[in-house]
Design a protein around this ligand. Sequence first.
Ligand SMILES: NC(=O)c1ccc[n+]([C@@H]2O[C@H](COP(=O)([O-])OP(=O)(O)OC[C@H]3O[C@@H](n4cnc5c(N)ncnc54)[C@H](O)[C@@H]3O)[C@@H](O)[C@H]2O)c1
Ligand SMILES: O=P(O)(O)OC[C@H]1O[C@H](O[C@H]2[C@H](O)[C@@H](O)[C@@H](O)O[C@@H]2CO)[C@H](O)[C@@H](O)[C@@H]1O
Ligand SMILES: [Mn+2]
Length: 445
Amino acid sequence: MKKYNICIVGGGSRYTPDMLAMLCNQKERFPIKKLVLYDNEKERQEKVGKYAEILFREYYPEIEEIIYTTSMKEAFQDIDFALMQIRVGRLKMREMDEKIALKHGCLGQETCGAGGFAYGLRSIPAIIEIINVIRKYSPKCWILNYSNPAAIVAEATKRIFPNDYRIINICDMPIAILDVYAEVLGKKRKDLEPKYFGLNHFGWFTHIYDTKTGEDYLPKLRELLKTPIDVQTEPLFQEPSWSATFEFMSQMINDYDEYLPNTYLQYYLYPHKMLKKQNPEYTRANEVMDGNEKDTFQRLDAVLANGKLKGTEYDIDGSAGCHAEYIVDLATALANNTKEIFLIITKNNGTISNLDPEMMVEVPCRVGSNGVEPLSVGNIPTFYKGLLENQYAYESLTVDAYAEGSKAKALQALVLNRTVVNTNVAKELLEDLINANADYWPKMQ
Ligand SMILES: NC(=O)c1ccc[n+]([C@@H]2O[C@H](COP(=O)([O-])OP(=O)(O)OC[C@H]3O[C@@H](n4cnc5c(N)ncnc54)[C@H](O)[C@@H]3O)[C@@H](O)[C@H]2O)c1
Ligand SMILES: O=P(O)(O)OC[C@H]1O[C@H](O[C@H]2[C@H](O)[C@@H](O)[C@@H](O)O[C@@H]2CO)[C@H](O)[C@@H](O)[C@@H]1O
Ligand SMILES: [Mn+2]
Protein backbone atom coordinates (compact mmCIF):
# COMPACT_ATOMS: atom_id res chain seq x y z
CA MET A 1 0.00 0.00 0.00
CA LYS A 2 1.27 3.50 -0.83
CA LYS A 3 2.63 5.45 2.15
CA TYR A 4 1.93 9.16 2.38
CA ASN A 5 3.86 12.27 3.34
CA ILE A 6 1.69 14.45 5.48
CA CYS A 7 2.15 17.89 6.99
CA ILE A 8 0.09 19.33 9.84
CA VAL A 9 0.05 23.10 9.37
CA GLY A 10 -0.50 24.58 12.81
CA GLY A 11 1.47 21.65 14.21
CA GLY A 12 1.51 23.34 17.63
CA SER A 13 -2.29 23.25 17.86
CA ARG A 14 -3.93 21.80 20.97
CA TYR A 15 -5.63 19.36 18.59
CA THR A 16 -2.33 17.99 17.21
CA PRO A 17 -1.48 15.46 19.99
CA ASP A 18 -4.85 13.69 19.65
CA MET A 19 -4.59 13.84 15.89
CA LEU A 20 -1.16 12.18 16.05
CA ALA A 21 -2.52 9.46 18.32
CA MET A 22 -5.38 8.98 15.86
CA LEU A 23 -2.88 8.67 12.96
CA CYS A 24 -1.04 5.96 14.92
CA ASN A 25 -4.31 4.07 15.43
CA GLN A 26 -5.21 4.41 11.74
CA LYS A 27 -1.87 3.32 10.26
CA GLU A 28 -3.26 0.16 8.64
CA ARG A 29 -5.59 2.08 6.36
CA PHE A 30 -3.58 5.29 6.05
CA PRO A 31 0.15 4.54 6.23
CA ILE A 32 2.54 7.46 6.64
CA LYS A 33 6.10 7.67 5.32
CA LYS A 34 6.95 11.20 6.45
CA LEU A 35 5.28 13.32 9.12
CA VAL A 36 5.92 17.06 9.16
CA LEU A 37 4.68 19.48 11.80
CA TYR A 38 4.82 23.13 10.78
CA ASP A 39 3.97 26.08 13.02
CA ASN A 40 5.15 29.68 13.17
CA GLU A 41 5.76 29.50 16.94
CA LYS A 42 9.00 27.70 17.65
CA GLU A 43 8.57 26.88 21.33
CA ARG A 44 5.07 25.51 20.89
CA GLN A 45 6.06 23.49 17.82
CA GLU A 46 9.09 22.03 19.60
CA LYS A 47 7.01 20.76 22.47
CA VAL A 48 4.50 19.01 20.21
CA GLY A 49 7.36 17.84 17.94
CA LYS A 50 9.20 16.17 20.82
CA TYR A 51 5.95 14.56 21.91
CA ALA A 52 5.49 13.27 18.34
CA GLU A 53 8.98 11.73 18.39
CA ILE A 54 8.23 9.80 21.59
CA LEU A 55 4.75 8.77 20.44
CA PHE A 56 5.91 7.56 17.02
CA ARG A 57 8.98 5.80 18.41
CA GLU A 58 6.64 3.70 20.54
CA TYR A 59 3.61 3.26 18.28
CA TYR A 60 4.89 3.88 14.73
CA PRO A 61 8.53 2.79 14.56
CA GLU A 62 8.19 2.04 10.84
CA ILE A 63 7.77 5.73 9.96
CA GLU A 64 10.75 6.92 7.92
CA GLU A 65 10.96 10.58 8.88
CA ILE A 66 9.57 13.05 11.42
CA ILE A 67 10.26 16.75 10.97
CA TYR A 68 9.08 19.63 13.09
CA THR A 69 9.94 23.05 11.85
CA THR A 70 9.07 26.73 11.59
CA SER A 71 10.36 26.87 8.00
CA MET A 72 7.68 26.65 5.31
CA LYS A 73 10.29 25.73 2.72
CA GLU A 74 11.43 22.75 4.77
CA ALA A 75 7.89 21.78 5.75
CA PHE A 76 6.18 21.76 2.36
CA GLN A 77 8.64 19.73 0.23
CA ASP A 78 7.10 16.67 -1.39
CA ILE A 79 3.89 16.53 0.65
CA ASP A 80 0.81 14.46 -0.31
CA PHE A 81 -1.59 15.89 2.27
CA ALA A 82 -1.47 19.20 4.17
CA LEU A 83 -3.89 19.32 7.11
CA MET A 84 -4.42 22.98 8.01
CA GLN A 85 -5.41 23.97 11.53
CA ILE A 86 -3.96 27.38 12.25
CA ARG A 87 -5.36 29.95 14.66
CA VAL A 88 -3.81 33.29 13.74
CA GLY A 89 -3.29 35.31 16.93
CA ARG A 90 -3.96 32.20 19.02
CA LEU A 91 -6.55 32.08 21.77
CA LYS A 92 -5.45 35.50 23.09
CA MET A 93 -6.93 37.10 19.96
CA ARG A 94 -10.04 34.90 20.21
CA GLU A 95 -10.47 36.34 23.70
CA MET A 96 -10.16 39.88 22.28
CA ASP A 97 -12.72 39.11 19.54
CA GLU A 98 -15.22 37.75 22.05
CA LYS A 99 -14.73 40.52 24.62
CA ILE A 100 -14.74 43.43 22.16
CA ALA A 101 -18.04 42.21 20.68
CA LEU A 102 -19.53 41.85 24.17
CA LYS A 103 -18.34 45.35 25.14
CA HIS A 104 -20.55 46.66 22.33
CA GLY A 105 -23.52 44.57 23.40
CA CYS A 106 -23.06 42.01 20.59
CA LEU A 107 -22.56 38.30 20.81
CA GLY A 108 -18.90 37.32 21.40
CA GLN A 109 -18.20 34.04 19.60
CA GLU A 110 -15.26 32.37 17.85
CA THR A 111 -16.71 31.98 14.33
CA CYS A 112 -20.09 33.74 14.47
CA GLY A 113 -20.82 37.46 14.39
CA ALA A 114 -18.17 40.10 15.04
CA GLY A 115 -15.78 37.50 16.48
CA GLY A 116 -15.83 35.40 13.31
CA PHE A 117 -15.48 38.54 11.22
CA ALA A 118 -12.31 39.63 13.07
CA TYR A 119 -10.91 36.10 13.01
CA GLY A 120 -11.64 35.81 9.27
CA LEU A 121 -9.65 38.92 8.47
CA ARG A 122 -6.70 37.45 10.41
CA SER A 123 -6.95 34.00 8.83
CA ILE A 124 -7.25 34.99 5.16
CA PRO A 125 -3.77 36.51 4.58
CA ALA A 126 -2.01 33.74 6.52
CA ILE A 127 -3.85 30.95 4.69
CA ILE A 128 -3.22 32.51 1.27
CA GLU A 129 0.48 32.83 2.02
CA ILE A 130 0.69 29.22 3.22
CA ILE A 131 -1.17 27.84 0.19
CA ASN A 132 1.10 29.77 -2.18
CA VAL A 133 4.18 28.25 -0.55
CA ILE A 134 2.67 24.75 -0.47
CA ARG A 135 1.91 25.03 -4.19
CA LYS A 136 5.54 26.02 -4.87
CA TYR A 137 6.97 22.88 -3.28
CA SER A 138 4.09 20.37 -3.55
CA PRO A 139 1.96 21.43 -6.53
CA LYS A 140 -0.40 18.46 -6.35
CA CYS A 141 -0.82 17.94 -2.65
CA TRP A 142 -4.32 17.79 -1.17
CA ILE A 143 -4.87 20.73 1.17
CA LEU A 144 -7.52 19.87 3.75
CA ASN A 145 -8.39 23.06 5.55
CA TYR A 146 -10.38 23.22 8.74
CA SER A 147 -8.88 26.46 10.05
CA ASN A 148 -11.68 28.80 11.00
CA PRO A 149 -13.76 30.67 10.25
CA ALA A 150 -14.04 28.02 7.54
CA ALA A 151 -16.88 29.79 5.66
CA ILE A 152 -14.84 32.96 5.18
CA VAL A 153 -11.59 31.08 4.51
CA ALA A 154 -13.41 29.02 1.85
CA GLU A 155 -14.80 32.13 0.15
CA ALA A 156 -11.28 33.59 0.03
CA THR A 157 -9.60 30.41 -1.26
CA LYS A 158 -12.29 30.06 -3.97
CA ARG A 159 -11.53 33.58 -5.18
CA ILE A 160 -7.72 33.41 -5.04
CA PHE A 161 -7.28 29.80 -6.24
CA PRO A 162 -10.38 29.32 -8.43
CA ASN A 163 -9.14 26.28 -10.35
CA ASP A 164 -7.37 24.47 -7.52
CA TYR A 165 -9.73 21.56 -6.82
CA ARG A 166 -7.21 20.07 -4.41
CA ILE A 167 -8.05 22.67 -1.75
CA ILE A 168 -10.88 21.26 0.37
CA ASN A 169 -12.58 23.13 3.21
CA ILE A 170 -14.33 20.99 5.79
CA CYS A 171 -15.80 21.28 9.30
CA ASP A 172 -16.31 18.59 11.92
CA MET A 173 -19.40 20.07 13.57
CA PRO A 174 -21.91 18.09 11.44
CA ILE A 175 -19.84 14.98 12.19
CA ALA A 176 -19.91 15.66 15.93
CA ILE A 177 -23.68 16.27 15.72
CA LEU A 178 -24.18 12.98 13.89
CA ASP A 179 -22.02 11.14 16.45
CA VAL A 180 -24.22 12.44 19.24
CA TYR A 181 -27.50 11.70 17.46
CA ALA A 182 -26.35 8.29 16.27
CA GLU A 183 -25.96 7.45 19.95
CA VAL A 184 -29.47 8.76 20.69
CA LEU A 185 -30.74 6.42 17.95
CA GLY A 186 -28.64 3.49 19.19
CA LYS A 187 -26.67 3.50 15.92
CA LYS A 188 -23.16 4.34 14.72
CA ARG A 189 -22.49 7.45 12.62
CA LYS A 190 -21.42 5.28 9.71
CA ASP A 191 -24.90 3.66 9.69
CA LEU A 192 -26.30 7.07 8.78
CA GLU A 193 -26.32 9.03 5.54
CA PRO A 194 -27.18 12.70 6.03
CA LYS A 195 -28.83 15.10 3.62
CA TYR A 196 -27.88 18.63 4.58
CA PHE A 197 -27.72 22.13 3.13
CA GLY A 198 -26.43 25.52 4.22
CA LEU A 199 -23.24 27.45 4.78
CA ASN A 200 -20.54 26.45 7.26
CA HIS A 201 -21.84 26.71 10.86
CA PHE A 202 -25.16 27.74 9.29
CA GLY A 203 -27.07 24.76 7.92
CA TRP A 204 -29.76 22.12 8.41
CA PHE A 205 -30.06 18.35 8.16
CA THR A 206 -33.12 17.55 6.02
CA HIS A 207 -32.94 13.74 6.20
CA ILE A 208 -30.85 11.22 8.11
CA TYR A 209 -31.13 7.93 6.24
CA ASP A 210 -30.18 4.46 7.39
CA THR A 211 -27.46 3.48 4.90
CA LYS A 212 -28.83 -0.09 4.65
CA THR A 213 -32.63 0.18 4.86
CA GLY A 214 -33.07 3.75 3.60
CA GLU A 215 -35.33 4.60 6.58
CA ASP A 216 -35.31 8.33 7.35
CA TYR A 217 -34.64 8.76 11.09
CA LEU A 218 -35.03 12.53 11.08
CA PRO A 219 -38.73 12.64 12.09
CA LYS A 220 -38.07 10.19 14.95
CA LEU A 221 -34.99 12.16 16.04
CA ARG A 222 -36.91 15.42 16.05
CA GLU A 223 -39.46 13.86 18.40
CA LEU A 224 -36.74 12.47 20.69
CA LEU A 225 -34.87 15.78 20.74
CA LYS A 226 -37.88 17.88 21.72
CA THR A 227 -36.83 16.97 25.25
CA PRO A 228 -33.18 17.85 26.07
CA ILE A 229 -30.81 14.90 25.91
CA ASP A 230 -27.73 14.02 27.90
CA VAL A 231 -25.26 11.69 26.20
CA GLN A 232 -22.76 10.98 28.95
CA THR A 233 -20.52 8.76 26.86
CA GLU A 234 -19.94 11.53 24.35
CA PRO A 235 -16.73 13.43 25.31
CA LEU A 236 -18.16 16.79 24.22
CA PHE A 237 -20.87 16.51 26.91
CA GLN A 238 -18.24 16.69 29.62
CA GLU A 239 -17.84 20.37 28.79
CA PRO A 240 -20.71 22.43 30.24
CA SER A 241 -20.78 24.89 27.34
CA TRP A 242 -21.09 22.05 24.80
CA SER A 243 -23.75 20.16 26.78
CA ALA A 244 -25.68 23.45 27.06
CA THR A 245 -25.38 23.85 23.30
CA PHE A 246 -26.89 20.43 22.68
CA GLU A 247 -29.53 21.05 25.33
CA PHE A 248 -30.57 24.19 23.44
CA MET A 249 -31.25 22.13 20.31
CA SER A 250 -34.60 21.15 21.81
CA GLN A 251 -35.74 24.78 21.83
CA MET A 252 -34.81 25.18 18.15
CA ILE A 253 -36.62 21.96 17.26
CA ASN A 254 -39.71 22.97 19.19
CA ASP A 255 -39.75 26.43 17.57
CA TYR A 256 -39.27 25.27 13.98
CA ASP A 257 -41.34 22.47 12.58
CA GLU A 258 -38.92 20.98 10.08
CA TYR A 259 -35.31 19.84 9.67
CA LEU A 260 -32.57 19.57 12.28
CA PRO A 261 -30.43 22.69 12.72
CA ASN A 262 -26.67 22.88 13.09
CA THR A 263 -25.87 23.79 16.71
CA TYR A 264 -24.35 27.11 15.58
CA LEU A 265 -27.76 28.39 14.48
CA GLN A 266 -28.50 29.11 18.14
CA TYR A 267 -26.33 32.22 17.84
CA TYR A 268 -28.12 33.56 14.75
CA LEU A 269 -31.69 32.63 15.61
CA TYR A 270 -31.54 33.62 19.30
CA PRO A 271 -28.78 36.27 19.48
CA HIS A 272 -30.24 38.10 22.49
CA LYS A 273 -30.76 34.96 24.51
CA MET A 274 -27.20 33.78 23.75
CA LEU A 275 -25.82 37.21 24.60
CA LYS A 276 -27.45 37.06 28.05
CA LYS A 277 -25.74 33.73 28.72
CA GLN A 278 -22.27 35.19 28.09
CA ASN A 279 -19.92 36.55 30.75
CA PRO A 280 -17.99 39.55 29.35
CA GLU A 281 -15.21 38.93 31.87
CA TYR A 282 -14.77 35.23 31.14
CA THR A 283 -15.56 33.96 27.67
CA ARG A 284 -15.19 30.62 25.87
CA ALA A 285 -11.58 31.55 24.99
CA ASN A 286 -10.84 31.77 28.74
CA GLU A 287 -12.50 28.40 29.32
CA VAL A 288 -10.38 26.82 26.58
CA MET A 289 -7.13 28.46 27.77
CA ASP A 290 -7.77 27.39 31.38
CA GLY A 291 -9.15 24.00 30.36
CA ASN A 292 -8.31 22.03 27.23
CA GLU A 293 -5.22 24.03 26.18
CA LYS A 294 -3.67 23.94 29.64
CA ASP A 295 -4.48 20.25 30.15
CA THR A 296 -3.08 19.34 26.74
CA PHE A 297 0.25 21.08 27.29
CA GLN A 298 0.55 19.72 30.85
CA ARG A 299 0.06 16.25 29.38
CA LEU A 300 2.85 16.93 26.88
CA ASP A 301 5.16 18.16 29.66
CA ALA A 302 4.51 14.96 31.59
CA VAL A 303 5.21 12.74 28.57
CA LEU A 304 8.38 14.68 27.76
CA ALA A 305 9.52 14.29 31.37
CA ASN A 306 8.75 10.53 31.36
CA GLY A 307 10.21 10.03 27.89
CA LYS A 308 7.45 7.51 27.16
CA LEU A 309 3.71 6.92 26.94
CA LYS A 310 3.45 3.13 27.06
CA GLY A 311 2.73 1.84 30.53
CA THR A 312 1.81 5.33 31.77
CA GLU A 313 -1.57 7.02 32.11
CA TYR A 314 -0.96 8.56 28.68
CA ASP A 315 -0.81 5.22 26.86
CA ILE A 316 -2.92 5.47 23.68
CA ASP A 317 -3.50 1.70 23.32
CA GLY A 318 -7.23 1.04 23.38
CA SER A 319 -8.09 4.74 23.30
CA ALA A 320 -11.57 5.44 21.96
CA GLY A 321 -12.02 6.60 18.39
CA CYS A 322 -12.35 10.34 17.94
CA HIS A 323 -14.05 12.79 15.57
CA ALA A 324 -10.68 13.61 13.99
CA GLU A 325 -10.84 10.24 12.22
CA TYR A 326 -12.97 12.01 9.61
CA ILE A 327 -9.74 13.56 8.30
CA VAL A 328 -8.35 10.09 7.60
CA ASP A 329 -11.70 9.06 6.10
CA LEU A 330 -11.46 12.07 3.80
CA ALA A 331 -7.80 11.51 2.91
CA THR A 332 -8.42 7.85 2.07
CA ALA A 333 -11.43 8.79 -0.07
CA LEU A 334 -9.20 11.17 -2.05
CA ALA A 335 -6.29 8.75 -2.27
CA ASN A 336 -8.31 5.61 -3.06
CA ASN A 337 -11.16 7.10 -5.08
CA THR A 338 -13.73 5.58 -2.70
CA LYS A 339 -16.54 8.01 -3.67
CA GLU A 340 -17.67 8.18 -0.04
CA ILE A 341 -20.02 11.01 0.89
CA PHE A 342 -18.85 13.91 3.13
CA LEU A 343 -20.31 17.27 4.00
CA ILE A 344 -17.94 19.76 2.37
CA ILE A 345 -17.83 23.52 1.89
CA THR A 346 -17.82 23.96 -1.88
CA LYS A 347 -18.93 26.28 -4.67
CA ASN A 348 -22.71 26.06 -5.14
CA ASN A 349 -22.73 25.95 -8.95
CA GLY A 350 -26.43 25.01 -9.03
CA THR A 351 -26.34 22.40 -6.26
CA ILE A 352 -28.94 24.47 -4.37
CA SER A 353 -30.82 25.59 -7.46
CA ASN A 354 -32.41 28.78 -6.15
CA LEU A 355 -29.18 30.22 -4.68
CA ASP A 356 -26.28 32.16 -6.22
CA PRO A 357 -23.93 29.73 -8.06
CA GLU A 358 -20.94 31.56 -6.48
CA MET A 359 -21.97 30.80 -2.87
CA MET A 360 -19.68 28.55 -0.84
CA VAL A 361 -22.26 26.09 0.47
CA GLU A 362 -21.93 23.16 2.86
CA VAL A 363 -23.57 20.14 1.20
CA PRO A 364 -23.09 16.38 0.79
CA CYS A 365 -20.39 15.64 -1.79
CA ARG A 366 -19.05 12.45 -3.29
CA VAL A 367 -15.27 12.38 -2.78
CA GLY A 368 -12.77 10.61 -5.01
CA SER A 369 -9.40 11.07 -6.62
CA ASN A 370 -10.74 13.85 -8.85
CA GLY A 371 -11.91 15.85 -5.88
CA VAL A 372 -15.40 16.62 -4.61
CA GLU A 373 -18.64 16.28 -6.55
CA PRO A 374 -21.61 18.00 -4.85
CA LEU A 375 -24.91 16.10 -4.79
CA SER A 376 -27.94 18.02 -5.97
CA VAL A 377 -30.12 19.62 -3.26
CA GLY A 378 -32.70 21.37 -5.47
CA ASN A 379 -34.76 24.38 -4.37
CA ILE A 380 -34.91 25.39 -0.73
CA PRO A 381 -37.85 27.16 0.98
CA THR A 382 -38.01 30.96 1.38
CA PHE A 383 -37.10 31.15 5.08
CA TYR A 384 -33.79 29.30 4.57
CA LYS A 385 -33.07 31.05 1.28
CA GLY A 386 -33.45 34.43 3.00
CA LEU A 387 -31.22 33.49 5.92
CA LEU A 388 -28.53 32.00 3.69
CA GLU A 389 -28.45 34.89 1.23
CA ASN A 390 -28.09 37.35 4.09
CA GLN A 391 -25.32 35.34 5.76
CA TYR A 392 -23.46 34.77 2.49
CA ALA A 393 -23.62 38.49 1.72
CA TYR A 394 -21.96 39.08 5.11
CA GLU A 395 -19.25 36.49 4.35
CA SER A 396 -18.67 37.79 0.85
CA LEU A 397 -18.41 41.42 2.01
CA THR A 398 -15.92 40.35 4.67
CA VAL A 399 -13.67 38.95 1.93
CA ASP A 400 -14.25 42.11 -0.16
CA ALA A 401 -13.18 44.18 2.86
CA TYR A 402 -9.94 42.16 2.98
CA ALA A 403 -9.31 42.30 -0.78
CA GLU A 404 -10.04 46.01 -1.15
CA GLY A 405 -8.81 47.14 2.29
CA SER A 406 -12.25 48.73 2.49
CA LYS A 407 -13.70 50.00 5.75
CA ALA A 408 -16.99 50.69 3.97
CA LYS A 409 -17.33 47.02 2.99
CA ALA A 410 -16.29 45.95 6.51
CA LEU A 411 -19.07 48.08 7.96
CA GLN A 412 -21.62 46.67 5.51
CA ALA A 413 -20.54 43.14 6.43
CA LEU A 414 -20.99 43.75 10.16
CA VAL A 415 -24.39 45.41 9.70
CA LEU A 416 -25.60 42.43 7.67
CA ASN A 417 -24.59 40.00 10.40
CA ARG A 418 -27.67 38.97 12.39
CA THR A 419 -25.73 39.28 15.65
CA VAL A 420 -24.78 42.96 15.02
CA VAL A 421 -27.39 44.73 12.79
CA ASN A 422 -27.23 48.28 14.25
CA THR A 423 -25.08 50.73 12.20
CA ASN A 424 -23.88 52.90 15.10
CA VAL A 425 -22.90 49.83 17.09
CA ALA A 426 -21.13 48.37 14.02
CA LYS A 427 -19.13 51.58 13.48
CA GLU A 428 -17.78 51.65 17.03
CA LEU A 429 -17.19 47.91 17.05
CA LEU A 430 -15.23 48.14 13.80
CA GLU A 431 -12.93 50.87 15.18
CA ASP A 432 -12.12 48.73 18.23
CA LEU A 433 -11.52 45.66 16.07
CA ILE A 434 -9.24 47.58 13.70
CA ASN A 435 -7.13 48.77 16.65
CA ALA A 436 -6.96 45.33 18.26
CA ASN A 437 -5.98 43.66 14.98
CA ALA A 438 -3.33 46.16 13.82
CA ASP A 439 -0.70 43.38 13.66
CA TYR A 440 -2.87 41.05 11.57
CA TRP A 441 -5.39 42.82 9.33
CA PRO A 442 -4.67 44.57 6.05
CA LYS A 443 -4.78 48.34 6.38
CA MET A 444 -8.37 49.57 6.01
CA GLN A 445 -9.55 52.94 4.82
N1 LIG B 1 -13.51 23.34 11.10
C1 LIG B 1 -13.54 22.56 12.18
O1 LIG B 1 -14.32 21.67 12.24
C2 LIG B 1 -12.61 22.81 13.32
C3 LIG B 1 -12.69 22.05 14.49
C4 LIG B 1 -11.85 22.35 15.52
C5 LIG B 1 -10.92 23.37 15.36
N2 LIG B 1 -10.87 24.09 14.23
C6 LIG B 1 -9.89 25.15 13.97
O2 LIG B 1 -8.56 24.61 14.02
C7 LIG B 1 -7.67 25.68 14.30
C8 LIG B 1 -6.78 25.36 15.47
O3 LIG B 1 -7.50 25.51 16.67
P1 LIG B 1 -6.82 25.33 18.10
O4 LIG B 1 -7.86 25.62 19.09
O5 LIG B 1 -6.10 24.07 18.12
O6 LIG B 1 -5.80 26.54 18.13
P2 LIG B 1 -4.36 26.59 18.80
O7 LIG B 1 -4.11 28.03 19.11
O8 LIG B 1 -4.21 25.58 19.86
O9 LIG B 1 -3.39 26.13 17.63
C9 LIG B 1 -3.24 26.84 16.47
C10 LIG B 1 -1.77 26.83 16.09
O10 LIG B 1 -1.66 27.59 14.89
C11 LIG B 1 -0.43 28.26 14.95
N3 LIG B 1 -0.42 29.36 13.99
C12 LIG B 1 -1.05 30.55 14.07
N4 LIG B 1 -0.80 31.27 12.97
C13 LIG B 1 -0.01 30.51 12.17
C14 LIG B 1 0.58 30.71 10.90
N5 LIG B 1 0.40 31.83 10.22
N6 LIG B 1 1.35 29.73 10.40
C15 LIG B 1 1.54 28.58 11.07
N7 LIG B 1 1.01 28.32 12.29
C16 LIG B 1 0.23 29.29 12.82
C17 LIG B 1 -0.31 28.71 16.40
O11 LIG B 1 1.01 29.02 16.74
C18 LIG B 1 -0.86 27.49 17.13
O12 LIG B 1 0.15 26.61 17.52
C19 LIG B 1 -8.54 26.91 14.53
O13 LIG B 1 -8.67 27.62 13.32
C20 LIG B 1 -9.86 26.31 14.93
O14 LIG B 1 -10.90 27.22 14.76
C21 LIG B 1 -11.68 23.81 13.21
O1 LIG C 1 -14.97 26.36 21.74
P1 LIG C 1 -14.10 25.28 21.27
O2 LIG C 1 -12.74 25.77 20.82
O3 LIG C 1 -14.06 24.08 22.16
O4 LIG C 1 -14.81 24.73 19.95
C1 LIG C 1 -14.92 25.45 18.78
C2 LIG C 1 -15.01 24.46 17.62
O5 LIG C 1 -16.25 23.78 17.74
C3 LIG C 1 -16.53 22.83 16.74
O6 LIG C 1 -15.58 21.81 16.82
C4 LIG C 1 -15.77 20.80 17.82
C5 LIG C 1 -15.98 19.56 17.10
O7 LIG C 1 -17.19 19.68 16.43
C6 LIG C 1 -16.00 18.36 17.99
O8 LIG C 1 -15.94 17.27 17.14
C7 LIG C 1 -14.86 18.27 18.92
O9 LIG C 1 -13.68 17.93 18.25
O10 LIG C 1 -14.71 19.47 19.58
C8 LIG C 1 -14.59 20.60 18.73
C9 LIG C 1 -14.52 21.73 19.65
O11 LIG C 1 -13.58 21.59 20.63
C10 LIG C 1 -16.51 23.53 15.41
O12 LIG C 1 -16.77 22.67 14.34
C11 LIG C 1 -15.20 24.22 15.18
O13 LIG C 1 -15.22 24.87 13.95
C12 LIG C 1 -14.92 25.18 16.30
O14 LIG C 1 -13.63 25.71 16.17
MN1 LIG D 1 -16.42 23.99 12.39
